[in-house]
Structure formats: structure tokens, C-alpha cells
Design a protein around this ligand. Structure first.
Ligand code: ATP
Ligand code: MG
Length: 325
């Protein structure tokens, strides 16, 4: 459904206004000052699957999600939707793409307009795309509310009148309002209490089945993602470290980072290590494999050269010098 080929994305770090002006007038900005958020990412999302995208904070998950739905343009590399490069879409195809691929933002509170009622927020996409008449949109709003377990009266409420869990349901309803084929949900449960997290995740699973959605589920929490995902993509420092079917989790000689994540996520996992130290500083990443400063298996080559992502066994890919097929 979606394929990324060697996609890179970097950002200028947020600057103060005076720095911005100095950079503009003195043209002193060096490309080296950019933060490399996503580096050479290649992976595909298969129709109907749930792909779990996991990694610590700052590993580039949200950036990758935004690239997938066209909210960011890659600096380099290609993103193909149903086999076609999204950068080359004409106006009509771009519109189709924006209907079919929806992104659910990480922070539900800030993604809702506080001055817009729930009903208006749910109808907004339909209005923008000129879909349906007034009464059809009203019907659509009620059925969306019902689908996510909210009552029709709530259409008149404003976002601050909802609880955290209800707001997340509202965001979910909004991202489904255009009936997408692919939903990219960025940390859909992480802002919520643990008890409510499970409800949202179950709702997401129900809706995925009912609507035959393809789902990219972004989360820092491996134990949560592994409950839902068909395949797992684990990122570290902007790089894809391992891509594998969930059935293999804990069953194979994983990338040392995945081992560490799994050991801290699952107390039953044996032989894992405890993840010590901090993720790499994005402004000053280490040379070689980004994980080498924390890796118990790191050797000379890891300090010098990042390992390419290579097939290790059927359907499993790993970027580690010590794990090759
Ligand atoms: N718009 C932006 N401008 C500047 N830097 C950015 C921007 N978006 C992301 N970054 C930087 O890119 C890196 C990756 O960020 P990203 O938000 O993709 O990580 P993440 O894995 O989603 O983290 P989290 O789990 O905290 O949400 C970080 O260093 C971040 O500061
Ligand atoms: Mg994020």
C-alpha cells in the first residue's frame, strides 16, 4: 500500500528569532547544523496489516508518520502509494491520497480547535472536500460519534467539555470521517491513564476490523504495540534497526536494541539486557551505529560504520553487523 525507499528527513533545530535573522542575512547556515530525524528509511506497509512503529522518544517515529501521509516532504528518497510516487501526484491524485491516508496526531488536545464543537470538527473534512449535503454530514457526524462510543448529544460540546479518553475517541472519529484506507495513529494512547489506554486500543482494533483499515501504530511502548501489530518496525536514532513479524518477538536473536527493549517491556523475557544510558543527542549523533554507545555487543566496526538493514531470515530484516542472514 505504501512504500518508503531510502527516505531521509532533516530539520533545522528550532532557532531564536535573532539566530534566524543572522542566518538569513549572513547566509551562514551550514547543512551540518540540521537534525537528521529520519535517515535512509526503507520499508513498506502492506494492505490490511497493522504495522507497529516503536522507538524511544526522539527516534523519529512522528517524523516518519508525517512523511508517510505527506505532511513532510522527504529531503531524499521516495514514498510510493499504491506503487506511485506521491511527490509526482497531480492535484486530483493528491486529493485522493489525502482522503485515503489519515494521520492521527500525537497530542489530542492540541489537534482540536477549542472554538469548534465536536460536530463541526467531525464534519470539517467532509465540508472541505465538498462531500455530502448538510443533512448527510449531520448523519455522518452522528454515526461517527456512535462508532467511537460517544453519544449524539456530544456533537454540540466543545473539546474542553470532554474527558481525555473521550477527546481521544473524538480524534479517532475525526481521522475516520473521510473513510481512509490507511490510518497512521501516533501514540494514540500515551496521553491517557493506563485503564483508559486499553479501551482506546480495543476501540482502534474493532474499528480496524470493521472498516478493513490498514494501520500504522506509532508508540514508544513495545509491550502495547506487540499486542496489536502484525509486524514491528523498531527505530533508533532515525534508523530502522529491525523489522519483523510479531510472532518472532522474543524467539530470535534480535538486534541488541530490540533485545533491550523487549527485556524492559516483558519481565518474562530472559537473557535480555537492561537499557542503560541515554538515546543519542540528535544534534550530535555518534558515528557508526547510533546504538553502539549503549550496546554490549559493540565492536570496532560498530563505532566506524552503521550496519545496513539486511534480510536475516524470512520476513525479518536487521541492521546489525553481528546479525546477517
Ligand atoms: N518540525 C521540527 N523542527 C525541528 N526539529 C524537529 C521537528 N520535528 C522533529 N524534530 C526533531 O527530530 C527528531 C525526531 O523527532 P520525532 O518527533 O520524529 O521523534 P519521536 O520518535 O516521535 O519522539 P516522541 O516519542 O517524543 O514523540 C527529534 O530530535 C526532534 O527534535
Ligand atoms: Mg512522536
Amino acid at each position: 500500500m505504501l512504500e518508503l525507499k531510502d527516505v531521509h528527513k532533516s530539520f533545522f533545530p528550532p532557532q531564536s528569532l535573532s539566530n534566524e535573522l543572522a542566518a538569513f542575512f549572513l547566509k551562514k547556515r551550514e547543512p551540518a547544523s540540521r537534525v537528521q530525524a529520519v535517515k535512509g528509511m526503507s520499508l513498506s506497509v502492506r494492505p490490511g496489516e497493522t504495522l507497529g512503529l516503536v522507538g524511544e522518544s526522539g527516534s523519529g517515529k512522528s517524523t516518519l508518520g508525517r512523511l508517510m501521509c505527506g505532511l513532510h516532504r522527504p529531503d531524499r528518497g521516495q514514498i510510493l502509494f499504491q506503487g506511485r510516487d506521491i511527490a509526482a501526484f497531480d492535484k486530483k491524485r493528491r486529493k485522493e491520497f489525502s482522503l485515503q491516508v489519515q494521520f492521527m496526531f500525537q497530542d489530542p488536545a492540541s489537534s482540536l480547535n477549542p472554538r469548534m464543537t465536536a460536530g463541526a470538527a467531525l464534519a470539517e473534512g467532509l465540508t472541505i472536500h465538498g462531500l455530502g449535503g448538510r443533512s448527510q454530514r449531520r448523519e455522518a457526524v452522528f454515526s461517527l460519534l456512535e462508532e467511537v462510543g460517544l453519544s449524539p448529544e456530544m456533537a454540540e460540546r466543545y473539546p474542553h467539555q470532554f474527558s481525555g479518553g473521550q477527546r481521544q475517541r473524538l480524534c479517532l472519529a475525526r481521522s475516520l470521517s473521510l473513510d481512509p484506507a490507511l490510518l497512521i495513529a501516533d501514540e494514540p494512547a500515551s496521553a491517557l491513564d493506563v485503564s483508559i489506554q486499553a479501551q482506546i486500543i480495543n476501540l482502534l482494533l474493532d474499528l480496524k476490523d470493521k472498516r478493513s483499515l490498514t494501520l500504522v501504530l506509532i508508540s514508544h511502548d513495545l509491550s502495547l504495540v506487540c499486542l496489536m501489530a502484525d509486524r514491528l518496525a523498531v527505530m533508533y536514532g532515525g534508523i530502522l534497526m529491525e523489522l519483523f513479524p510479531r510472532s518472532l518477538l522474543g524467539e530470535v536473536n534480535h538486534h541488541p536494541y530490540v533485545k533491550a527493549l523487549w527485556a524492559s517491556a516483558d519481565s518474562a523475557a530472559e537473557g535480555g539486557l537492561i537499557l542503560e544510558g541515554e538515546p543519542p543527542d540528535p544534534h550530535n549523533p555518534p558515528p557508526g551505529c547510533p546504538f553502539h554507545p549503549r550496546c554490549p555487543e559493540a565492536g570496532e566496526i560498530c563505532r566506524l560504520k552503521a550496519a545496513p538493514l539486511l534480510p536475516v531470515e524470512t520476513d525479518r530484516f536487521c541492521a546489525c553487523h553481528w546479525r546477517k542472514g
